[in-house]
Design a protein around this ligand. Structure first.
Ligand code: COA
Length: 205
């Protein structure tokens, strides 16, 4: 029986962190040892990251043997768009253990993240993915924004999502969810526009 659990990144219990690293390495091999990765945060703590995991096994009874099937991070920060301040959350590091893909685990976890986001204090969710994965995120509740570009990096050194093409030749597309009444009322401000996240140089969540 698999269950979704969530922890602030600094509070992730070590056995679950090790399981998450195994999942992440299966998606984006880092060349670092488990020990090296265990000693560092799994996500930038400037953005108050919350980790969500789909875990098989009884965490309360035997956390050591719980298996992490899928993993993702929700980062959050304040942004300014069209002259208004919003609390924006994202989705990053969405990954399913390579041995357990195509069984619905990724969808289950991303749907749970959508529920978490839409009942959170954030105004909106915004993130990008490779274009072929857009239907996957749409089926989990998010809205494809064909004319919205996410701008990471800094104002001085912007890192535009429309400047990225994957090794397979896929471009990035933007997904969003309006959460607060303000974001819903101002939805059109996010269409046909560049949304600056103002992260660290080179970052895009
Ligand atoms: C993307 C990923 C998380 C999906 O996890 P999963 O557990 O296999 O997903 P599910 O079994 O819930 O599949 C959901 C749907 O997405 C589709 N899908 C999965 N990966 C896809 C891909 N790379 N391209 C297009 N569609 C994809 C599946 O075909 C499935 O569609 P269906 O329900 O119509 O059959 C997983 O393939 C993964 O870890 N990939 C590597 C990391 C990555 O690219 N993450 C995305 C970052 S934006």
């Amino acid at each position: 029986m698999a269950n979704v659990v969530a922890f602030r990144e600094p509070d992730l219990p070590p056995p679950l962190k090790a399981g998450a690293i195994e999942v992440l390495e299966g998606a984006w091999p880092s060349g670092r040892s488990l020990e090296q990765r265990m000693s560092r945060p799994l996500a930038n703590r400037d953005y108050a990251p919350v980790c969500m995991l789909l875990v098989e096994g009884d965490l309360a009874a035997d956390a050591q043997h719980a298996q992490v099937l899928a993993f993702l991070v929700i980062p959050t920060k304040r942004i300014v768009h069209a002259g208004r301040e919003y609390i924006a959350s994202g989705l990053s590091a969405v990954s399913t253990h390579p041995a357990h893909r195509a069984r619905g685990y990724g969808s289950r976890l991303v749907r749970a993240a959508y529920e978490t986001l839409t009942s959170s204090d954030a105004d909106l969710a915004i993130f990008t993915c490779d274009e072929p994965l857009a239907p996957f995120y749409e089926s989990c509740g998010f809205t494809l924004m064909p004319t919205t570009t996410v701008v990471g990096g800094t104002r001085e050194q912007p890192f535009r999502s429309d400047s990225i093409v994957s090794e397979e030749g896929h471009r990035k597309v933007t997904l969003m969810a309006a959460i607060s009444d303000t974001a819903r009322a101002r939805w059109s401000d996010f269409e046909d526009s560049d949304v600056y996240l103002e992260l660290r140089a080179g970052d895009l969540w």
